[in-house]
Design a protein around this ligand. Structure first.
Ligand code: FES
Length: 568
């Protein structure tokens, strides 16, 4: 027996009247009693004119509704916040927790026996899964799917690794105004999420590895017919879950599921953001992501997926090579194949059906990896007492051990104002340092960690430098870039103590990031720091809540009161 329309009645002090009134109003939409007696599957609608990545959401909704109805349940579509990466001020991460709170509360507030969440653009899947874990209602995730690739002068192009690569060429004077305009029209040739292994693709793959979405749903291109058949099948699964009242996220998200997700994150050369989001999702559950254990896992797990920015291909190639099931088949015993998924199948059953595609080279065999170690490494040292992250698979090998002089930018604004100043004293061997760009500092930990190479150096042919910050970086970006330095400088972390000319040592093999200044001098600098107080932007509303309760990167940047056990 499901609760259907009887669930969560509005409080009028008379349950019978509450149901009578609810039915009276919903009948205004033309529903029959038969329809209203069915189990209900809620479906989130994150379509927005501001979110081109979600441009196929109306068609996905139609297909999912079809699947729900073919299985004898009733779909109810409801709107939630939609967040598009390039349309979110100051940064999408600032809004992720708002979307998670809003989605959770609408799942709780409205009558439904299961829910389908449809998302994709970077912060949306994490927000929806955080919500689903907290609400713990049977949940099916449908990623919107990646864009198809673009083409320019015979070259395959993709958002947004190639956006950054070609913009860097433009800054260096290697391509002109007309060409960059032409490229602008070719980087995103369809709706869907960025088709490299950026944060959106990373989160879709992690979702599949967690067992929260159907096999292959991470990789089917957004415009393909298969995407909508998968949505229809997702609707059927959601209807079955509504009738069976399970499995709930708490039954799917076991320690094995989280370990599988971390293994896949390493093996795909996934986005550094994926680690923050997975940590936040785990924080809503009884389980935790341990950064050091994640790093140890990375030493065992090779990068097998050859996608930009760590490799060469794009998401549609990964899909046609067999997608996440084939990847998990290659990973073998590194994956716990007994983990269950929403359909009731184990990963073992899913992996057994993985397609063998002759000649494909997007998913490598275990003995021919792209990199012998996982994509992400966790660093510690006197600059990052609670950790920092580097995507070593997308870094320059020769810079992974490097000591250089600090060139410090106080904030994103300061960096923007000075990085191209011809008077800036900087060489290719220096270490660019950006601070006050963490969760509280900027606020929202913007994707500013991909500091541009100063124009004077870019024009001289410099393609990469060591760059460090308490910011994040887009999963589509590349370079020798240390991110998520924790605690952040605005929370009194040691990044606040760095001065121009200090020496900084990066040693990725040893997992160290050190400020080569003696402890007594650092104590002196720390004592001279001004207390931060409440910044002007945080005076009221959501900004106030954000500033007062945002956690650091090692805790997933969730709000302190939103984790499973609340503030206590
Ligand atoms: Fe939406 Fe990249 S901008 S996924």
């Amino acid at each position: 027996m499901t609760d259907g329309l009887r669930k969560g009645l509005t409080s009028y002090g008379d349950a019978g009247f509450s149901l009578f009134l609810r039915k009276a109003f919903i009948k205004a939409m033309g529903y029959s009693d038969d329809a209203l007696d069915r189990p209900i599957v809620g479906i989130t609608n994150t379509f927005s004119d501001y979110n081109p990545c979600h441009g196929n959401v109306p068609d996905i909704i139609e297909a999912a509704k079809r699947g729900v109805m073919l299985s004898g349940a009733m779909p109810f579509v409801f709107p939630t916040i939609s967040i598009a990466e390039s349309f979110a001020y100051p940064t999408s991460m600032y809004l992720r927790n708002l979307m998670a709170m809003e989605t959770e509360e609408m799942i709780r507030a409205q009558p439904m026996d299961a829910v389908i969440v449809i998302g994709g653009c970077d912060k949306t899947l994490p927000a929806q899964i955080m919500a689903a874990v907290s609400a713990d209602l049977p949940t099916v995730v449908i990623p919107v799917g990646p864009m198809v690739v673009g083409h320019h002068k015979g070259e395959v192009l993709g958002a947004c690794t190639d956006c950054r690569r070609l913009w860097a060429k433009y800054r260096a004077g290697e391509i002109d105004d007309a060409e960059i305009e032409a490229v602008n029209g070719r980087l995103a040739p369809s709706v869907g999420t960025c088709m490299v292994m950026g944060t959106a693709s990373t989160m879709a793959c992690i979702t599949e590895a967690l067992g929260l979405s159907l096999p292959m749903s991470a990789t089917i291109p957004a415009p393909h017919a298969e995407r909508f058949r998968s949505a229809e099948a997702s609707g059927r699964v959601a209807a079955a879950m509504a009738k069976a009242r399970g499995p709930r996220p708490s039954e799917i998200l076991t320690p094995s599921a989280f370990r599988n997700a971390q293994t896949v994150l390493q093996a795909i050369g996934g986005s550094t953001n994926g680690l923050i989001h997975l940590t936040a999702i785990a924080g809503r559950s009884p389980h935790r992501i341990d950064l050091d254990a994640f790093d140890r896992l990375g030493r065992e797990v090779p990068v097998l997926v050859d996608l930009k920015p760590s490799g060469e291909h794009y998401m549609e190639h990964f899909h046609h090579a067999g997608g996440v099931p084939k990847l998990m088949a290659e990973l073998g015993e590194l994956i716990d194949l007994d983990a269950r998924t929403i359909s009731g199948e184990t990963l073992r059953e899913i992996v057994a059906r993985a397609e063998e595609v002759p000649g494909q080279d997007a998913i490598r065999a275990r003995d021919k990896p792209i990199k012998a170690e996982g994509g992400l490494a966790v660093l510690h040292g006197n600059l990052a007492p609670r950790g920092a992250v580097i995507k070593q698979s997308a870094a320059s090998p020769k810079l992974l051990q490097h000591t250089g002089r600090a060139v410090v930018f106080e904030s994103v604004e300061d960096m923007t104002a000075r990085v191209d100043d011809p008077a800036l004293e900087v060489t290719a061997d220096d270490v660019l340092v950006l601070r006050n760009a963490g969760p509280k500092g900027a606020p929202g930990m913007p994707e500013a960690g991909y500091l541009p190479i100063p124009k004077q150096l870019a024009r001289a042919g410099v393609k990469d430098m060591v760059r460090i910050s308490d910011a994040r970086m887009s999963g589509t970006a590349f370079g020798t870039i240390v991110l998520h330095i924790t605690p952040e400088s605005a929370a009194g972390g040691p990044l606040a103590l760095v001065r121009n000319g200090d020496m900084i040592r990066l040693d990725v093999a040893a997992r160290r990031i050190e400020l080569l200044v003696d402890a007594a001098e650092l104590d002196k600098r720390r004592a001279a720091l001004q207390p931060r107080g409440t910044p002007k932007w945080a005076g009221r509303g959501y900004a106030h809540l954000f500033n007062a309760t945002i956690l650091q990167a090692d805790e997933g940047c969730d709000f302190d009161f939103m984790r499973r056990d609340g503030k206590g």
